[in-house]
Design a protein. Structure first.
Length: 389
């Protein structure tokens, strides 16, 4: 094996804040680890108090949160749901499971976020909801989207999987739509291996959300003393995670400010490195800076200059075509650095071809461009300390 092909710098390394095991042990000692206990409540309160979300419920994944959102919006077979083509499959799957037809909207020309100017022309009498994806933690234009939704009486669900601690006009992502969904997968800024959260901003949905969350029972109300017994009152599933997951997550949330500060510094260093004429900071190691500079010198990079860095969830380059992206990625891999592309346009998927042929035939050039030309560089808390090359 060529030693240069060994990965010395991974794309991601899950960060341990330090108290995860301590809090997990404490959860065990408290005698309740099945979920909706002490650490679950701490996590709920954190999001509600810091980000102004009316009610929060931890879930096993962002996928679970999206599936709960589809249930709460009462998506039925034949309903139409508008969402971006450039997103993860879970965004669409949650609504397909309820029988919805997905109607894809293209990205804007200078960012993978959905183009809000194209939404209204896609609305029909069957449209039920708009699912907004805040790509890379950079907010979509929510004022325009909410205006359209209000005009046509549509639900707005924020897929804020990547959006923790990011804001739109001083409003936290996840606090704007009727519902919102976060991810704590190990690749996210704040992580618990797997995990998610449903944010509920329409208070009329809170009681039913708790019932869906507790397998279709009013168990949560029972434990608050609001009913003298609990039973099966609606559909639902086992959406809530264990206290072990919540305890791990709480250790991360306690260190949110320091984690975000570090990631923002790394993002700024990348930005300066690729911004012609800028002097890089010292946050990236000298070796890594040199490698990236040499590699970029071999390929004419057209990189995405985002002034709004969001929450520094990711840093990506945008190439002229798929071939140049592949060449740059190969150069990095040969030096032990793993870079990765991202989503493939959902409207061009095999599933869409089979189930939504009218969507498969549509031209969404910006979505396809990001699928073919976008490349993500490593960004994680310990990046500067990694011994590499």
């Amino acid at each position: 094996m060529n030693p240069k092909s060994e990965i010395k710098l991974p794309f991601n390394k899950p960060y341990q804040a330090g108290k995860e095991l301590t809090y997990i042990q404490d959860a065990i000692n408290r005698g309740k680890i099945s979920g909706n206990g002490y650490y679950t409540h701490l996590c709920h309160s954190f999001f509600e108090q810091n980000y102004g979300i009316e009610k929060c419920l931890l879930t096993n994944s962002c996928t679970d949160a999206l599936e709960m959102a589809a249930l709460l919006c009462d998506i039925q077979p034949g309903d139409e749901v508008i969402l971006p083509s450039f997103t993860f499959v879970s965004t669409a799957n949650a609504f397909v499971l309820r029988g919805a037809k997905i109607v894809f909207v293209d990205s804007i020309a200078d960012h993978p976020n959905m183009d809000e100017s194209l939404i209204e022309e896609l609305i029909t009498p069957k449209t039920k909801a708009i699912v907004v994806v805040h790509y890379a933690g950079v907010p979509c234009e929510m004022d325009g989207i909410l205006s359209i939704a209000t005009k046509h009486n549509l639900w707005v669900i924020e897929d804020a999987a990547q959006g923790i601690d990011s804001f739109y006009k001083e409003k936290a992502l996840g606090s704007i739509g009727h519902l919102s969904c976060f991810s704590f997968h190990e690749t996210k800024n704040i992580q618990s291996g797997e995990g998610g959260l449903l944010g509920i901003n329409d208070t009329d949905l809170i009681r039913r959300a708790e019932i869906l969350w507790e397998k279709g029972t009013d168990r949560a109300a029972f434990f608050r003393g609001e009913v003298n017994k609990y039973g099966w009152v609606d559909i639902g599933s086992s959406f809530l995670p264990s206290e072990v997951t919540a305890a791990f997550l709480w250790a991360q949330l306690e260190e949110l400010k320091s984690i975000q500060s570090r990631r923002l510094s790394i993002w700024d260093s990348y930005f300066q490195l690729f911004d012609k004429g800028s002097t890089t900071t010292e946050i990236l190691s000298e070796t890594y800076q040199k490698l990236l500079s040499q590699a970029s010198g071999k390929i004419d990079i057209t990189w995405q200059r985002i002034e709004n860095k969001g929450n520094a969830h990711m840093f990506y380059l945008l190439f002229q075509n798929e071939t140049e992206r592949s060449e740059f990625s190969t150069i990095l891999k040969n030096e032990g650095v793993l870079s990765v592309f991202h989503y493939q346009s959902l409207h061009k998927s095999e599933y869409s071809k089979k189930h939504f042929p009218d969507q498969y035939l549509r031209e969404l050039p910006n979505s396809d461009r990001y699928s073919d030309c976008l490349l993500r560089l490593p960004i994680f808390y310990e990046l500067p300390e990694v011994s590499m090359l």
